[in-house]
Write a protein that binds this ligand. Sequence first.
Ligand code: SF4
Ligand code: SF4
Length: 434
Amino acid sequence: MIYQKHIGPAETHLLEAAKEFQKCMQCGKCRSVCPVFKEIGNELYVARGKNKLAEKIVSGDLQITDRVKDAINECLNCKTCSANCPAGVSPEHVVLRLRWYITCKEGLGFFKALIFRQIIWRKWPTTIGAISVGVVHRLLFGIGPKNPARYLFPLFGFSKRRFFPTLALRTGQSQYPEVVPSKKGQPIKRIGYFTGCAGNLIYTNVVKSVVDILTGYGYEVVIPKGQKCSGTPVLANGDYDGARMLMEHNFNLFRRYNLDAIVVACSSCGLALKKEIKLFMDDSEELRQFCDKVYDINEFIEEEIKFKEDELGKLDYKVSYHDPCHLVRGQDISAEPRNILKRIPGVQFIEMKDAAVCCGSAGSYCLTHYDTSIKINNHKVKNIQDANVDYVATACPTCVMHIQDNLLQHDSLEQAKFVVEILADSLRVAGTIE
Ligand code: SF4
Ligand code: SF4
């Protein structure tokens, strides 16, 4: 039993997992909601099975084998099980603790250590790598998305069916000074902007939309150049210490700027900075103040900006909305992005079926478990097609990436876009922002 052994960092993760799985009544309700279980149908892959598995590891009845690791890695961290569990269990935390436990016991391994502790931590290799991929992508796919160059993808471990977004040739952060002044004179507030890696390296139009909206409405926007990854992919892949280093870095960095609020346009980064950081850092008044200042951009806009009718231009768009797991269940935000879309003149908002069901992307899950993630996403694409819209709006880069990929695979014309981009389109049509 763990209770009789020496308690080191690894065992601490098991004790934290035990606090959760001990609440499980084994009722099986999670079987009816888990997206992975619905596709694979194996008890080991559902929350109840994972709780049982964790219990056996803690009691010493089960060793960490490849099959056990496979079961632990088959989880989207979508939080659907915890949102529906009658006993209040958070199985995704059991899963994360087991991943962290295994890394403590077995080490990170060469590739994860290289990626998390060098490439992501140092940031510049990620930036140079992304820009280089952006150049190669344009050269190879210049003649269109069905270019046969995709037959090279399996050499790099990717499915040849896959459609990747085009990476930026210039990062979002480098397009602005560190402090972007208000366009309305004296600033109302000083807002920090955590762009996230996807905003910085891929979806730079989201960065532009956020900056244009906030500065256009009289806010000063601070984009600290030293910001690093929020730690989300690192923590999800078992590297507790790597994620802690990143979170401590961003916490110490943003605190230096005397900010009134920090906005994030990525649901997973927002969750990391608002809540998950508390799993990695000791509780303190400073930490609580920091977390209280973090807002998803949709939440911030809804709370802060009072749009006048003539400030929003008409867009003849039919739009639906997909709830990212880390926004709807991670941060309890669902009405705000919908309200923004419904307020835009001309936008016809159509609620799709199962909007809050996971799209299967789950950050790096759609890299490591592509076939299952696409099976899960097929339901999402069907619901988007049935809604008969031009755009599916959302608030998470990996959801945009994964949904757009599968829409293209289905030859569907709908486009995935961020809510904040559609809002910026409307404000530009009216001439409210540039
Ligand atoms: S995790 Fe919750 S829903 Fe699933 S079996 Fe346990 S108590 Fe039931
Ligand atoms: S977090 Fe999602 S994928 Fe993981 S066990 Fe729960 S419902 Fe299944």
